[in-house]
Design a protein around this ligand. Structure first.
Ligand SMILES: NC(=O)c1ccc[n+]([C@@H]2O[C@H](COP(=O)([O-])OP(=O)(O)OC[C@H]3O[C@@H](n4cnc5c(N)ncnc54)[C@H](O)[C@@H]3O)[C@@H](O)[C@H]2O)c1
Length: 309
């Protein structure tokens, strides 16, 4: 697909990844951002895009932004908080959004759909995990909701001709992110520069990708992969431990705190302690992560500290 001169709907376009993606797409396309601002911020939406406050679980709201004039949907909206307090609501809303959008796309004949899934669909799979790894056994309700979404995408792709691109992301980091490990450490160290409390044992180890690289990879895959259903992992080739993130954040802030651990091998129920995705399929399509996971973390730590200081 050529990502120019198209009319594109970006759901979740006021969030971390959606706002960067909308800015990138708006340079060459007519972009509408739909977000309910439950977590995203209005001022993150790029000026070059049209913003419509939209709850994408609501069919009437969706009908207002998704009609036959739209060429492609990039669906990024989701409840993303790992500590969201109602699993049932998270599962229902995340799957309802995807189903409502797909059903409306089918109704009005929009046949290109891009979806942001997650490495959490793999659960505690062997690493590096390739896209065709099975069985998929997520261990969090968030991961379950993404796997259910993927099942819907597969159905609409194969039965209703909606060509789809599914991205299983590693951990994405970047400016204005909140509620994840890098900004959390910065805020904790601003409160107490002497001691940093780390969830788990600090040895959790995951792959981190900077949001700019993430957006670049999404566009590359959408432009180059042309199957009915295209599923791609998206991450760095390397991983970074939580202890290493603590070291990087402390270094960026010029501090040397003592670390305290809450204990156990994971940060919270449903946390996958070790995650690394195979990116061979992505590399075969001609996209290579330009930074290591450690470099992505350092860059995000510098950007976030600049914002939060
Ligand atoms: N950031 C990561 O590390 C990561 C990893 C794996 C997958 N993902 C997926 O990528 C996508 C984007 O993630 P992000 O980090 O930018 O998250 P984010 O929370 O910053 O953005 C999600 C956006 O969706 C919006 N939203 C939530 N419910 C909505 C609704 N009912 N209607 C309309 N908008 C709604 C929020 O207001 C927010 O702006 C999500 O689907 C997420 O699950 C992200």
């Amino acid at each position: 697909m050529d990502l120019t001169d198209r009319r594109i709907l970006v759901t979740g376009g006021a969030g971390l990844i959606g706002s960067h993606l909308a800015a990138r797409l708006a340079a060459d396309n007519d972009v509408v951002v739909a977000d309910d601002l439950s977590k995203g911020a209005r001022d993150r939406v790029p000026e070059a895009a049209t913003f419509v406050e939209t709850d994408v679980t609501d069919p009437d709201d969706v009908a207002a932004v998704l009609d036959e004039s739209v060429d492609t949907v990039f669906h990024l909206a989701a409840i993303t908080d790992t500590n969201f307090d109602d699993d049932r609501v998270m599962f229902e809303r995340n799957t309802e959004m995807t189903h409502t959008l797909l059903e409306r796309a089918r109704e009005v004949g929009v046949d290109e759909f891009v979806f942001t899934s997650s490495s959490t669909v793999y659960g505690e799979a062997p690493r590096p995990t390739p896209e065709d790894y099975a069985p998929l056994e997520p261990i969090s309700v968030y991961g379950s909701s993404k796997l259910a979404d993927e099942a819907l995408l597969s159905t609409y792709a194969h039965s209703y001709g909606i060509q789809s691109w599914v991205f299983r992301f590693a951990n994405i980091v970047g400016p204005r992110q909140r509620g994840t490990v890098v900004p959390d450490f910065i805020e904790k160290l601003q409160d107490d520069p002497e001691t940093l409390t780390i969830l788990g044992d600090g040895r959790q180890e995951k792959s981190y990708l900077h949001v700019e690289d993430c957006v670049d990879a999404i566009c590359h895959v959408v432009e180059h992969a042309d199957a009915t259903l295209n599923t791609y992992n998206l991450g760095a080739r390397t991983t970074t431990s939580v202890n290493r993130i603590a070291d990087v954040v402390s270094d960026v802030m010029g501090l040397d705190p003592e670390y305290e651990y809450t204990g156990g091998d994971r940060g919270w129920t449903g946390d996958v302690p070790k995650m690394r995705l195979s990116v061979e399929k992505l590399a075969a399509l001609g996209w290579e992560p330009p930074r290591s996971s450690d470099e992505a973390v350092r860059r995000a730590a510098e950007e976030l500290y600049e914002e939060l200081r």
